[in-house]
Design a protein around this ligand. Structure first.
Ligand code: XUL
Ligand code: CO
Length: 440
């Protein structure tokens, strides 16, 4: 039974189209830098926002009806969400989805019953996957919503809660493997603290690592060959979260011997909450060999929280795609961890949010490829460090064949070094504009 009645499959109509239910820039088969757009951009639907979130906030109840014709809180509703999700993805041409355990089924009081429900719904999802060719990008366990996780999951002060979290991770891994997921995510929802006064930070971090090691051991034992991901976020819901940003998460993974099995899932709005740009956290992940997947969304520069908006900012998408292309692409995908604004409550709005996000990333891809082909940014960076390639002393520094004594003697002879050359930021920003708006 069709759920999104009257909404057709979304097609590419080009930039001149005035049809709100058409792509203006995302043309799946268009080839950019030798690869189809659809291969560069494995988009994914986030089960939680698209199929579960109604727009409820702390000031008012939801505005959107996501019952899809069934009674919320029932297995009939869980199945209706599967039907809605697959119809949505098929109409959008989206080939992947991401989920938390409790997005898929209503959580029961007893975990045995929750797990039985997960078995039932994943059987149903598998049938739909076979029918449509749609795949699972990643799965995760929600270890932040239930009151038992008020002090965290891996970082909780209660051994029983830790054990319960472990049980959820085990089941979520079982379902990820059953659905052939490419990845498994740890977003440290409440892995952090409200005050240092009551917190043993060292012990909590060690316990998170213990949980992650157990997940790796169990996952590999049941045939999970994909990547585990940490999704960094600096704050919200906790005042301070341990996976603050990409650099912090990489340090944690290395300190605890988890870096071979883990990469990062970088969310744009989390990077900006950490005081970085999205492209900064992508660069830090990429240069450390840990760029895995992304949560594609954006925040609001005037608000200090995780607004999870659909990507609209073409500059950010361009610079993000520039980083991703230069890193050789993602092993994961582009998950729209994004939700409609509360007053955008209709079925059309759900599609229009994804159209906006996919078109924004398509533009980002087109423009990033143009920046790479233009070559001026790359050439400038190359030239900027030329003294380490072209001078004897520079070559010695880079190859480790000198020491402080020799460099001090060299500096004595030098007197004062010349200024290191203009950074040319404004000229380079102008290059970006001239590539983005060529032909205007
Ligand atoms: C929350 C967030 C999560 C993770 C998955 O800020 O981004 O939805 O993506 O747990
Ligand atoms: Co996210």
């Amino acid at each position: 039974m069709e759920i999104f009645k009257g909404i057709p499959a979304i097609r590419y109509e080009g930039a001149d189209s005035k049809n709100p239910l058409a792509f203006k820039f995302y043309d799946a088969d268009r080839v950019i830098l030798g690869k189809k757009m659809s291969e560069h951009l494995p988009f994914a639907m986030a089960w939680w926002h698209n199929l579960c979130a109604t727009g409820v906030d702390m000031f008012g109840r939801g505005t959107a009806d996501k019952s899809f014709g069934a009674e919320p809180g029932t297995m009939a509703h869980a199945k209706a969400k599967v039907d809605a999700g697959f119809e949505f993805m098929q109409k959008m041409g989206i080939r992947y989805f991401c989920w938390h355990d409790v997005d898929l089924v209503p959580e029961a009081d007893d975990i045995k019953e929750t797990n039985r429900r997960l078995d039932e719904i994943s059987d149903y999802i598998l049938v739909k996957m076979k029918e449509t060719g749609i795949k699972c990008l990643w799965g995760t366990a929600n270890m932040f919503g239930n009151p038992r996780f008020m002090n965290g999951a891996g970082s909780t002060n209660s051994a029983d809660v830790f054990a319960f979290a472990a049980a959820q991770v085990k089941k979520a891994l079982d379902i990820t493997v059953k659905l052939g997921g490419r990845g498994y995510v740890f977003w440290g929802g409440r892995e952090g603290y409200e005050t240092l006064l009551n917190t043993d930070v060292k012990f909590e971090q060690e316990n998170i690592a213990r949980l992650m090691h157990m997940a790796v051991d169990y996952g590999r034992s049941i045939g999970f060959t994909g990547d585990f991901y940490i999704e960094p976020k600096p704050k919200e819901p906790m005042k301070h979260q341990y996976d603050f940003d990409a650099a912090t998460a990489i340090g944690f993974l290395r300190a605890h011997g988890l870096d071979k099995d883990f990469k990062l899932n970088i969310e744009a709005n989390h990077a900006t909450l950490a005081g970085h740009t999205f492209e900064h956290d992508l660069r830090i992940s990429a240069i450390n060999g840990m760029l895995g997947s992304i949560d594609a969304n954006q925040g609001d520069a005037h608000l200090g929280w995780d607004t999870d908006e659909f990507p609209f900012d073409v500059y950010t998408a361009t610079m993000a795609m520039y980083e991703i292309l230069k890193a050789g692409g993602l092993t994961g995908g582009f998950n729209f961890d994004a939700k409609n604004r509360r007053p955008s409550y209709t079925y059309e709005d759900m599609f229009e949010g994804y159209i906006l996000g996919m078109d924004t990333f398509a533009l980002g891809l087109i423009k990033a490829a143009a920046l790479i082909e233009d070559g001026r940014l790359d050439a400038f960076v190359q030239e900027r460090y030329a003294s380490f390639r072209d001078t004897e002393i520079g070559k010695k520094i880079v190859s480790g064949k000198t020491d402080l004594k020799e460099l001090a003697a060299y500096a004595d002879k030098l007197g004062a070094p010349a200024l290191p050359g203009s950074g040319k930021q404004e000229a380079l920003e102008s290059v970006v504009n001239s590539v983005l708006y060529k032909g205007c």
